[in-house]
Design a binder for this molecule. Structure first.
Ligand code: DP6
Length: 359
């Protein structure tokens, strides 16, 4: 495909290789609640990240036995933990990539963000894996996709691995889930970077790591709990309305409206968790302390610094590039001691996935 003029992919003795880097993303309007084969109950929109990403090389070999063989190697070491999810993913996508049923897989992967830092890796991981599989398909069938079709299919496949992964294959920003205004679909995400005012193209997202512990309730379990949540239908309506509002303020470059909506969404997500049956809480005392600090800092300085959270205790600090040095100074002075091991990841809006050399 024309976007990637110098493919580093090669094949040898009926084996095929592909390597991709895929970023993570941070949802502004959150996907929370799903049905069927990972279809969302409401539309969502995210900013694509830059530093938080996964590098993956996939080696595809003709199948040796009746049952498939999948080897997962994380940072050079064989890893059994991710295998069941990847095997289930490969089984599900057979209907859309029929050749996958006749091959075995060796998957090498590396995350740039520290393991167990509480940063979700499934979006970047399934994004990278899907891109690799499609590159393999291009070689195998000697048939290059058009650039937009390639990314659309990658998004479709990634969604089956993890819903939020559908949004990770595009630069700047992406929307997933039916929404007339965008002509968007439940089955794959669409790029929407060109709808954003340029101020958002260089936005920062500093990820303040409050806890590195495994979440007490996984995202997958959280989505399921939405099925019995008494506020579910109200929430899905609210998310749709917020998509309209968000698209409007992103286009205008209205940072204040964006930030207000962003915080309301994060708090809605966590309120839904608290109101689930059974109720649960993923925020921690330091998450609340940081939120209070952000509100006070904003009130005192009038600087546009806002927060969001995904399904965990970590705080994403969102702000425009022109105030970066003032914000960093404040984070290093006032916030970093609320972070586990004083660690935070300085990230920003990124340019989407890219082909990389074999890892
Ligand atoms: C709160 O995509 O991790 O981050 O589809 O079960 O893999 P699965 O869930 P996942 O859920 C992400 C939830 C969220 C909001 C979002 O990213 O939109």
């Amino acid at each position: 495909m024309s976007l990637f003029p110098n493919p580093l992919h090669y094949s040898e003795s009926n084996c095929f290789y592909a390597s991709w880097r895929c970023p993570s993303n941070i949802a502004i309007v959150k996907y929370w609640g799903k049905f069927g084969l990972q279809l969302p109950r409401n539309p969502s929109l995210s900013l694509t990240l830059d530093k938080a990403h996964t590098d993956t090389t996939v080696k595809v070999m003709p199948r040796q036995m009746t049952d498939s063989s999948v080897t997962v190697i994380v940072d050079g070491l064989k890893n059994e933990n991710f295998k069941p999810k990847i095997m289930a993913f490969l089984k599900h996508i057979e209907a859309y990539l029929p050749w996958t049923a006749s091959y075995d897989y060796e998957i090498h992967t590396h995350n740039t963000f520290p393991h167990g830092a509480g940063i979700a890796s499934s979006a970047s991981a399934f994004g990278a894996l899907s891109l690799c599989l499609l590159s393999v398909e291009e070689q195998m069938l000697d048939n290059a996709y058009a650039e937009d079709e390639f990314l659309k299919k990658a998004s479709f496949l990634a969604r089956i691995g993890s819903g939020s992964a559908s949004r990770s294959v595009y630069p700047i920003a992406a929307a997933w889930g039916k929404l007339e205004q965008l002509n968007a679909s439940d089955e794959y995400a669409i790029p929407c970077g060109d709808r954003l005012h340029k101020i958002f193209h260089t936005f920062h997202d500093d990820i303040l790591i409050v806890s590195k512990n495994e979440k007490s309730v996984s995202s997958t379990a959280g989505h399921q709990l939405m099925e019995g949540n008494p506020f579910a239908s109200l929430r899905y309506e609210q998310a749709e309305q917020r998509m309209h509002d968000l698209i409007h303020c992103l286009a205008l470059g209205d940072i204040e409206a964006f930030g207000t909506l962003c915080e309301e969404e994060a708090l809605s997500l966590h309120a839904l968790m608290m109101l689930s049956k059974p109720s649960y809480l993923l925020m921690e005392p330091n998450s609340i302390a940081i939120i209070q600090k952000i509100r006070n800092f904003r009130a005192e300085t009038k600087l546009p610094v806002y927060f969001t959270l995904d399904a965990g205790p970590n705080i994403h600090l969102l702000y425009p590039d022109n105030i970066a040095s003032k914000v960093r100074e404040w984070v290093d002075h006032d916030l970093v001691h609320f972070c586990k091991d004083q660690f935070y990841l300085k990230d920003k809006v990124g340019q989407g996935p890219q082909i990389i050399p074999q890892i």
